[in-house]
Design a protein around this ligand. Structure first.
Ligand code: FES
Length: 104
């Protein structure tokens, strides 16, 4: 089963098994990952930084996602994504995401 590794600001990490049809945000919330709130579907509190080497493996963000990314509280970077819009795509076995310093 594919995995998502969540890396915190201090470098600590936790890897979680997740089905390919489950969003990264849902995996985080279900497993109590600190720093990903995922309060709703329109909140931008699920911001993550995708591993730079993996970013090109993901589908491009939609216009709606890009608009919401303009409202994130933490620093926005080229690899910023909303984790509610991300799933682990085949053939990746593990997607690595970095949790921002703050969500709100
Ligand atoms: S959970 Fe609210 S925008 Fe992703």
């Amino acid at each position: 089963m594919p995995r998502v590794r969540f890396v915190q600001q201090d470098g600590s990490g936790k890897s979680i098994e997740v089905g390919r049809d489950v969003s990264v945000m849902l995996a985080a919330v279900r497993n109590g990952i600190h720093g990903i709130d995922g309060e709703c579907l329109d909140c931008a509190t699920c911001h993550v930084y995708v591993d730079e080497e993996q970013a090109s493996s993901l589908p491009q963000p939609s216009e709606e996602e890009l608009e919401l990314l303009s409202a994130v509280s933490g620093e926005r970077k080229p690899n910023s994504r909303l984790s509610c819009q991300l799933k682990v795509p085949a053939p990746l076995d593990e997607l690595v995401v970095h949790v921002p310093a703050r969500q709100s």
